[in-house]
Design a protein around this ligand. Structure first.
Ligand SMILES: Cc1cc2nc3c(=O)[nH]c(=O)nc-3n(C[C@H](O)[C@H](O)[C@H](O)COP(=O)(O)OP(=O)(O)OC[C@H]3O[C@@H](n4cnc5c(N)ncnc54)[C@H](O)[C@@H]3O)c2cc1C
Length: 593
C-alpha cells in the first residue's frame, strides 16, 4: 500500500494530497453492480410495498427482509465462511447508501445487517458465529440490538438490566427492560447488554426471542419509519446459556460503543441515498410543475434550493468514501498482522471514531436540510401524505436521534480527537499552543502564485489553524471543566466538521480534474467554490463565539482579528455558481454528479 493515510483526527494537524484520497468516481465494476442490485431490489420489492408496510404490516416487512437475504444483500459485510460475501468496507458503504433510499425498509435492513448481526460477527467465538452469523447472513434469522433502557439512553452504561450466574453455572439469569428496539417485533436474535451482578460495566449476551421470559410489547406509534418495528422488551428471569455470553465479562460497553461507531458510518452512507432520492423527487417535480406560465425549475429561488441540496450532498459523499477507504486499508493492515477477520474489521472501523461522528452528524443534518427543501419545492403537494417527500420528511428525522444523538456525537468529535492526541496518535497540543501564542502574527499564508486547488487547500489549512487556536483557548481556560462547556465544544466541533468535509470535497474535485480534465470539472468547482465560501463564514462565526467565551475583551479583539485573517477567502458569485449547478440537475432531470 503506497497511499498515505492519516489516523483518526490527524487531519487537524496533517494535510494529505488528492492522490491519497479515494473518491466515488473510482468505484469498480463489481461495486457498481452490487449497488445496482440493491437499487433493483428497491425498485421491485420495496417501492411497490412502501405504503403498505408503513401501515405497520409486520409480515410484509419480514418477507421483504427475507427476500433481500435470499438475494445475498444481507451478507455483504459477512465473510464467505459464514455465508456472506465478504465485501470491502467501501462496498458495504455503497450498498448502505443505495438501500438508504428505501425509507423504513432501510432502517429494518440496516439494523439487521449492522447492529443486529455484526456484534456476533465481530466479537463472537467460532461456535457463536456458526450458530447465529451463518443464518443472520442469509436472512434465515433476523437480528436486533438491545442497549437502550428507560433510564439509559445517551448515558448507555447506566442500564439496570442485570444478569447473574445460576447456581449450576449453566445459565445467566437475565432481568430487566429495553426500549426503542428496532426489529424487536420479529427479530429472532437479540444482542442484549446487561451488567453481571454489581459490575460497573456492561456485558453482552446473545438472547433468542423464544427463550422463556422474553416478553415483547406491541409496536410503538412513531412519527416516521412506521414500517420498521420498534418495541420495548422485558426480560423476566430469562435463562441465557453461558455459551451465549458475547466477548468477555465486562466487555459489553466496548462492544456496544464499537458497534455504534460502525452504525454511525453506515448511517452516514444511508442518509446520502435518502438525500439523493429527495433531490431526484425535487427536480422531477420542479421540471413538471408550472406556475406563472412557466416551470418552477426556472425560478432563481427554486434553483438555489436545488443547488444547495446538491452541494451539501456531494460534499458529504466526498468525506464518506474518503474515510471508508482509510478504514479498508487499516482493516487490511490488521489482517496482515494476523488479526482475526472479525476483530480486524471492528478495530479498523472503530479507530475512525472522529470521522464516524462527523459523518453521522453532518450527513443527518444534510438530509434534514435536503428533505425539508424537497417538501418546500413541492409546495402544498409536499404536505400531502401521497407524496414520497412527505414520507421522507418524517422518516429522516430519526437520523439525528439514534446511533447516538447529534448532541452526543458533536461532543465526541472534539473529545475523541483530543483523547487520541493525548494518547500520542498525533501531535496536536504543542502546535496548538504555538499557534495561539503567535496568533497576532499569523497571516493568511499566501505566498506567491497559486493555482485553484492550492488556494482552496490553503483556506482549508487556515481553517485547521483556527481549530487549533480554539482548542488551545478552551483547554487552557476551562481545563478539566471543559467537559461542562458544551457550547464551546460544539463551536469547535462545527468547525472541525466543515473543515473535514470541505477538505474531502476539494481533494475529490482536484483528483477528478486529474482524471477527467479541467473542462469536465467546471460544475464541481462551482460546488467547491460555494461550499468553501460558505464554510469560511460559518467557521468565522463559530470561532468568534468560542473566543468570546474563553477570552477577556482585550485578548478577544486580537484573536478575532486573527480569525478574520484565517477565514478570509476570495469572493464568489454564489448566485451564478448555484444556477450552474441547478441547471445541470434540471437538464439531467436527476442527480448525476
Ligand atoms: C425509532 C428508534 C429506533 C431505535 N432503535 C434502537 C435500537 O435498535 N437499539 C437500541 O438500543 N436503541 C435504539 N434506539 C434508542 C436511541 O438510540 C436513543 O433514543 C438515543 O440514544 C437517545 O436516548 P434517549 O432517547 O434516552 O434520549 P436522552 O438521552 O434522554 O436525550 C434527550 C436529549 O438530551 C440530550 N442529551 C443527553 N445527554 C446529553 C449530554 N451529555 N450533553 C448534551 N445533550 C445531552 C440528547 O442529545 C437529547 O437531545 C432507537 C430510538 C428510536 C426513536
Amino acid at each position: 500500500m503506497n497511499r498515505k493515510t492519516l489516523k483518526s483526527g490527524e487531519f487537524l494537524v496533517e494535510n494529505i494530497e488528492s492522490k491519497d484520497v479515494f473518491i466515488p468516481e473510482e468505484f469498480n465494476e463489481e461495486q457498481r453492480m452490487i449497488a445496482q442490485t440493491c437499487q433493483d431490489f428497491l425498485n421491485t420489492e420495496v417501492y411497490p410495498n412502501v405504503d403498505k408496510v408503513d401501515k405497520q404490516d409486520r409480515e410484509l416487512m419480514l418477507s421483504m427482509l427475507k427476500k433481500s437475504g435470499e438475494l445475498g444483500l444481507m451478507g455483504i459485510s459477512i465473510p464467505e465462511e459464514y455465508n456472506g460475501f465478504g465485501q470491502s468496507f467501501v462496498t458495504q458503504m455503497l450498498a448502505a447508501e443505495t438501500i438508504g433510499a428505501g425509507y423504513s425498509f432501510s432502517v429494518a435492513f440496516m439494523a439487521h445487517c449492522g447492529i443486529g448481526t455484526l456484534p456476533i460477527m465481530y466479537y463472537g467465538n467460532e461456535d457463536q458465529r456458526q450458530r447465529y452469523v451463518t443464518k443472520l447472513a442469509t436472512g434465515e434469522l433476523v437480528g436486533a440490538y438491545c442497549l437502550t433502557e428507560p433510564g439509559a439512553g445517551s448515558d448507555a452504561n447506566a442500564g439496570k438490566t442485570n444478569a447473574h450466574l445460576s447456581e449450576d453455572g449453566k445459565h445467566y439469569i437475565l432481568n430487566g427492560q429495553k426500549m426503542w428496539i428496532t426489529n424487536a417485533g420479529f427479530a429472532d436474535i437479540q444482542t442484549v447488554f446487561a451488567k453481571i451482578d454489581n459490575d460497573r460495566v456492561l456485558s453482552a449476551f446473545i438472547v433468542e426471542k423464544n427463550f422463556p421470559g422474553v416478553v415483547i410489547n406491541p409496536d410503538e406509534h412513531k412519527m416516521g419509519i412506521k414500517g420498521s418495528s420498534t418495541c420495548q422488551i422485558f426480560y423476566n428471569d430469562v435463562k441465557v446459556p453461558v455459551e451465549n455470553l458475547l466477548g468477555k465479562r465486562g466487555e459489553g460497553f466496548r462492544i456496544a460503543l464499537s458497534i455504534l461507531h460502525m452504525g454511525r458510518l453506515k448511517l452516514g452512507a444511508n442518509v446520502l441515498g435518502a438525500a439523493k432520492k429527495a433531490i431526484n423527487d425535487s427536480v422531477k417535480y420542479a421540471n413538471e410543475r408550472k406556475q406563472f406560465g412557466t416551470l418552477i425549475s426556472t425560478f432563481g429561488a427554486i434553483k438555489y434550493k436545488l443547488a444547495e441540496q446538491v452541494i451539501r450532498t456531494y460534499a458529504s459523499e466526498s468525506a464518506t468514501y474518503r474515510v471508508s477507504k482509510d478504514i479498508d486499508d487499516l482493516i487490511e493492515q490488521y489482517k496482515t498482522e494476523g488479526c482475526d477477520k472479525g476483530r480486524a474489521s471492528i478495530d479498523g472501523i472503530s479507530h475512525y471514531a472522529v470521522e464516524a461522528a462527523i459523518l453521522k452528524v453532518f450527513g443527518s443534518e444534510v438530509l434534514d436540510y435536503v428533505i425539508d427543501e424537497a417538501v418546500q419545492v413541492h409546495g402544498g403537494m409536499g404536505y400531502s401524505a401521497e407524496m414520497a417527500v412527505e414520507k421522507g420528511y418524517r422518516d429522516s428525522r430519526i437520523n439525528r436521534i439514534f446511533e447516538g444523538t447529534n448532541e452526543i456525537n458533536r461532543l465526541l468529535v472534539v473529545d475523541t480527537a483530543m483523547k487520541r492526541a493525548m494518547k500520542g496518535d498525533f501531535k496536536l497540543f504543542d502546535k496548538a499552543a504555538e499557534l495561539f501564542t503567535n496568533a497576532s502574527k499569523l497571516t493568511d499564508g499566501k505566498s506567491g502564485n497559486e493555482d485553484y486547488f492550492q488556494e482552496k487547500l490553503r483556506y482549508i489549512d487556515n481553517f485547521k489553524r483556527a481549530i487549533l487556536i480554539g482548542i488551545h483557548g478552551v483547554s487552557t481556560k476551562f481545563g478539566k471543566q471543559l467537559v461542562q462547556e458544551e457550547e464551546v465544544l460544539n463551536n469547535i466541533s462545527n468547525i472541525m466538521m466543515e473543515t473535514y468535509i470541505g477538505e474531502s470535497l476539494v481533494l475529490r474535485v482536484q483528483k477528478l480534474q486529474g482524471i477527467k480534465g479541467e473542462a469536465a470539472v467546471a460544475v464541481y468547482k462551482d460546488i467547491v467554490d460555494v461550499f468553501v465560501y460558505d464554510a469560511a463564514d460559518k467557521i468565522r462565526k463559530q470561532a468568534c463565539d468560542a473566543i468570546y467565551a474563553f477570552s477577556d475583551a482585550a485578548a478577544a479583539t486580537s484573536l478575532v482579528n486573527t480569525i478574520e485573517t484565517l477565514t478570509k477567502v476570495s469572493g464568489v458569485n454564489t448566485k451564478d455558481a448555484r444556477r450552474r449547478i441547478a441547471d445541470r440537475l434540471i437538464e439531467n432531470n436527476g442527480y448525476k454528479f
